[in-house]
Ligand binder design. Structure first.
Ligand code: GBH
Length: 449
């Protein structure tokens, strides 16, 4: 039997984000983020957990990189905390914040780890939220300056840039009257909500522009999106066509707009008077070509063709298997169909899975071990579907596992563990789980073991 090998040169890595691991939330001049504020609102985060200490990576990063190296990690996706660089969003730059990331990138280089840097992973400076946040264009102007600053500063050490992480999660989920479980949790009108996406798209464009202007030789840039993923109920031509139509429709305002060079007429018709206000030149920026698309894939929705061939989303049975995160239904084929559909629908030429993983509550350390066979099973099943996509010619260049270590899981606090390394949040002791040993072998052998 042929071993389940990935292509030579396939990029394997792990992922985290600054607000979820760094802690030191108010150290060395860092400004308050919307998540620092939101976590202090009663009832918003499980157990009243805050981001103040998290994994204390701000102080322990050298030890963390040593552990990564031990596990054979060569690529690490992290984010820069905007409020560490510009405590007020714009205004004066915080030199101590820049110095921290210089130390971080230098330590990574010493450990032979290549950085993949997300410019923004949800931690908007609170001062910008106080001026309207994602509803206002002032945030776009501030982001443009932030992006220019970090690319100029770190361009010699960082070659792989990701503009934004998961636009949905800091726009619709954060400002919608019906969601509000993500910071800042402020309900706005439908017109303003549509404007939050548009502003995020503009920031993506500025991120790309900044890398082109200041990134130096070999710099590459892309977006990380969490597109809604449809899975055909059966892999028949009818259900596949229905799932593809559903995919295009659900992602029309983000990936559709970026790759289509504007908002589709049917989307604008649906928005009516609430359509985003677009200024001259906006889409020249938003749709600048990128080098890759990052996808965060966790789960999917089953779709079939109804009697008239139209997409019909299926309701999952109550007993359908999931992780402890209620939204995280186990659907390995999501990784196959997401990557295939972005290639087919938008002509994407290089795809990275920038996150994939699963969260559970009770993963105790027993005799120095965490036997997380549930996570091993999850990874193995999703990797099989990833390999199937590659075999079918989908251009997938790499995979980053979420997450390197247990961390602040947003509204679910520290209870929900996504790491392949266990963190004891009392002592800050790290313990690699069984899944870390498993994934180390996958990376080392470049195949599913
Ligand atoms: C990613 O988000 C994030 O990038 C990362 O920071 C995070 O830690 C990780 O995944 C694990 O969650 O309103 O109950 O229906 C995941 C994508 C999309 C997951 C929205 C939760 C809806 C929850 N998220 N989803 S619910």
């Amino acid at each position: 039997m042929q071993a389940a090998s990935f292509p030579t040169g396939f990029t394997w890595g792990v992922a985290t984000a600054a607000p979820q691991i760094e802690g030191a939330a108010f150290a060395d001049g860092k400004g308050e983020s919307v998540w620092d504020r939101f976590a202090r609102r009663p009832g918003k985060v499980h157990g009243g957990d805050t981001l103040d200490v998290a994994c204390d990576h701000y102080r322990l990063f050298r030890e963390d990189f040593a552990l990564m190296r031990q596990l054979g990690v060569r690529n690490y996706r992290l984010s820069i905390a905007w409020p560490r660089i510009f405590p007020l969003g714009d205004g004066p730059v915080n030199r101590a914040g820049l110095a921290f990331y210089h130390r971080l990138f230098d330590a990574m280089a010493e450990h032979g780890i290549t950085p993949w840097v997300t410019m923004f992973h949800w931690d908007l400076p609170q001062a910008l939220e106080d001026r309207g946040g994602w509803c206002e264009r002032v945030t776009v102007e501030a982001f443009a300056r932030y992006a220019d600053t970090i690319v100029q500063e770190f361009g010699g050490k960082v070659k792989n840039w990701i503009t934004l992480n998961e636009i949905r999660c800091f726009t619709v989920m954060a400002y919608s009257p019906t969601a509000g479980n993500k910071a800042p949790g402020r309900a706005v009108s439908a017109a303003q909500l549509n404007q939050t996406y548009h502003h995020a798209l503009l920031c993506h464009g500025h991120g790309v522009r900044a890398v082109r202007e200041h990134g130096g030789p070999g710099a590459r840039v892309g977006l990380t999106d969490n597109c809604d993923v449809s899975i055909p109920a059966m892999e028949t031509p009818e259900d596949i066509a229905a799932a593809r139509a559903w995919f295009v429709d659900q992602n029309v305002h983000l990936l559709g707009a970026i790759y289509g060079g504007g908002y589709a007429p049917e989307y604008l018709a649906r928005c009516g008077d609430d359509a985003p206000r677009v200024e001259a030149g906006d889409f020249a920026l938003i749709s600048r070509p990128t080098d890759f698309l990052g996808l965060n894939i966790y789960t999917g929705f089953f779709v079939r063709a109804d009697a008239d061939g139209r997409p019909q989303g299926l309701t999952l049975p109550a007993s359908y298997p999931r992780a402890d995160s209620p939204w995280l239904h186990l659907a390995p084929q999501a990784i196959y169909w997401a990557t295939r559909f972005v290639q087919e629908c938008y002509g994407v030429k290089a795809i990275y899975i920038t996150e994939n993983g699963c969260g559970y509550n009770d993963e105790p350390v027993v005799d120095g071990e965490v036997i997380d066979l549930h996570r091993r099973e999850y990874l193995r099943n999703y990797l099989r579907e990833l390999l199937r996509a590659i075999g079918d010619g989908v251009p997938i260049a790499g995979y980053f596992l979420w997450s390197f270590m247990d961390n602040f899981e947003w509204e679910d606090g520290y209870q929900r563990r996504f790491g392949i390394v266990h963190v004891d949040f009392e002592t800050q002791v790290r313990t690699p789980k069984l899944s870390a040993r498993y994934y180390a072998r996958v990376m080392q052998e470049n195949r599913i073991v």
